[in-house]
Design a protein around this ligand. Sequence first.
Ligand code: SF4
Ligand code: SF4
Length: 281
Amino acid sequence: MCEFCHKHGEGRKWYLEASNYSEDLLSDVRRRRFIERFFTDPGSIRDATSSIGTIAKLPRLIRNAVYRAAAGRMKKIHYGQVVPLEEIRQIFGFVNSIVRVACMCRHYTLGAEKRFCYGVSMAPAGGYLGDLVRGASGRPVSGPYASGLEQMTREEALDAFEDHERQGMCHTVWTFHTPFICGICNCDRKGCIAVRAITEHELPTMFRAEHVAVVSPDSCSGCRKCSRLCQFGAIAFDPSVMKAVIDPARCFGCGICRSMCSSEAIRLLDRSEVPEAAGLW
Ligand code: SF4
Ligand code: SF4
């Protein structure tokens, strides 16, 4: 279990606790302001990206200290965790509304509107985010990320997530002043700043999933489809046996490789069952 499970889930998976999505947590004024700023200020992504670039140029020891401090701050405010599709289904089973919004990372990195991000709420009709966009909160917001808020049924949202999974994107939950969760994203290295921060700069922005993927060599046909889509570079190919090999120390447990494998050679294990990965978050 990651540290959020201990702090915010009483030893269970914190992102499966409905209380961490509750409207009660939204009575916190600082949290509301943070959400408003998040959806209205394109400059925050630009500033974060340029800070990461500046810190990356520092000497290694200083850089690592700065990254640790930055990760500690982010854990209090806006931090993520990778969650496989079966647990996204569980989350969609207890939230009362799901809305799709434009991805601010892709808006910045690709200069294009990509609708890969979802707001979830225990309240109907988009909850607080819906109220903000409609002006019902008294502080209407607008802008590239809040425009075109699409309300979706659970079934429509799950179909969309299955589609994102087929495109190789991993699913991540995000806090808005921890432990409150109201965002679920679909991330890849190409467009997602949080994944890039991890893979290019070793800056922690999210926890790994509570799972790790393993290959059953007897079932693997050696097609290599899985390795092409792993966003974390965790899958190698062993030419001596013509099989895929997953490095548990690099695996984030997203399950995308499992979906890609038509031979059903990949399964997800609980992280605690894999000694090399059990303490890695
Ligand atoms: S997709 Fe499946 S069959 Fe193909 S290399 Fe990966 S594990 Fe093996
Ligand atoms: S090996 Fe599979 S489960 Fe692990 S990070 Fe890569 S795609 Fe995700």
